[in-house]
Design a protein around this ligand. Structure first.
Ligand code: NAD
Ligand code: GLY
Length: 358
């Protein structure tokens, strides 16, 4: 097992990464102690892994909430159901909310933990690759509003993340690939050497090679932990974690959040951001080709749906990073370095949108 720490003074917490951690049980027991547990999962994940969590916590009082599966259930109404269970079972401020699932369960259970009695402890046990490398770390919690994704939320850090790669064995291939998109993002924003490692090892990741998965998860979490440790509330630097996301959100919104998985939309968004960076003279055409080739080898889409330039612009306007009507974007300075900026020529954005969406 390897352990990283997200450094946030008295709210610092460990990310334990290894295979078989839930089965072994000790890190989960150490994080929770003898406290009451609200185990939040969904109808897909609970039958697979809730038994392991309960065995690890044998002797604790455990109340289970098993939610329907899907992004469409990441709502205030579903959070309300979880609050009802907490209240009905008289769970107090010392309860630990245990999120067992992908990003949907992690975000929703995290939001519940942030609000219940003004905040109770949260432990994340991610079960998708995307949750291992992104959503379980960093304390962003949220539910969706009919007017937009993740509009209602709070920053609430977990007290521990137990990242057990054994749980990825049952993950559908398409979900695995979606997580690889976020891993490629980390190489692009922060570490050219890691990007080159991904170029050499993408097939090993797709084959779920345990050592390759552990390395990719460790390096991704290390980069995220470092950035969150410096800018927890996204006052600046943390925004670079959203490389490709503004374009990706336009794709997800235009296709009703059902056709494209989040990571697939991010993948295409990464390529579009790389292409815009090339138009600004920062990346070479060969750099953009490297991004395209890696995404293609990972089985990720490179072609955005043809939603039109005005369509794309409209959806980009609802992005949370818009200020005074100006769409701020994460752009690459080179492979391995990114910046968050609203200072770019409009013509470069228009040309980019025409190339990818028209
Ligand atoms: P998800 O949680 O919907 O999981 C994808 C699918 O895989 C679901 O059907 C789920 O039931 C299933 N599944 C999960 N683990 C499994 C396993 N081990 N075996 C078999 N099936 C399994 O989707 P996701 O991609 O994990 O997360 C997407 C969500 O994460 C979005 O709501 C997004 O907004 C959020 N997100 C949050 C952050 C953050 O920082 N908080 C970052 C990125 C994404
Ligand atoms: N997923 C982006 C962030 O956590 O900031």
């Amino acid at each position: 097992m390897q352990t990283l720490t997200v450094q946030l003074a008295d709210r610092s917490y460990p990310i334990h990464i290894g295979s078989g951690l839930l089965r072994a049980g000790d890190v989960l027991r150490a994080a929770i102690g003898r406290r009451d547990v609200l185990l939040v999962s969904n109808v897909t994940v609970a039958p697979l892994y809730a038994g392991l969590a309960k065995a690890a916590l044998r002797g604790n009082r455990i109340v289970e909430v098993t939610l329907p599966d899907g992004e469409q259930h990441k709502t205030l109404a579903t959070a309300g159901r979880v609050f009802d269970v907490l209240v009905a079972n008289r769970l107090g401020r010392d309860v630990v909310v245990l999120a067992l699932g992908g990003g949907v369960i992690g975000d929703l259970a995290g939001f519940v933990a942030a609000c219940y009695q003004r905040g109770v402890d949260l432990v994340q046990v991610p079960t998708t690759l995307l949750a291992h490398v992104d959503s379980s770390v960093g304390g962003k919690t949220a539910v969706n509003h009919p007017g937009g994704k993740n509009l209602i939320g709070a920053f609430h850090q977990p007290i521990a993340v137990v990242s057990d790669t054994e749980l990825l064995a049952s993950l559908p291939d398409r979900e695995l690939r979606s997580g690889i998109a976020e891993i490629i993002k980390y190489g692009l924003i922060r570490d050219a050497g890691f990007f080159a490692w991904l170029e050499r090892n993408v097939e090993a990741l797709l084959a779920r090679d345990p050592a390759a998965l552990r390395h990719a998860i460790y390096r991704s979490c290390e980069i995220k932990a470092e950035i969150v440790g410096r800018d927890e509330r996204e006052q600046g630097e943390r925004a670079i974690l959203n490389l490709g996301h503004t374009f990706g959100h336009a794709i997800e919104a235009a296709t009703g959040y059902v056709e494209w998985l989040h990571g697939e939309a991010v993948a295409t968004g990464l390529l579009i951001a790389a292409d815009m960076s090339r138009r600004l003279g920062r990346l070479t055409a060969e750099d953009v080709e490297r991004v395209r080739r890696l995404l293609e080898r990972a089985g990720l889409p490179a072609q955005a749906p043809r939603i039109g330039v005005d369509g794309a612009r409209g959806y980009m306007q609802i992005d949370k990073k818009v200020r005074a009507g100006r769409v701020r974007l994460v752009l690459l300075q080179r492979i391995g370095a990114a910046e968050f900026t609203g200072d770019y020529p409009d013509a470069a954005l228009t040309a980019t949108l025409e190339a990818h969406f028209a």
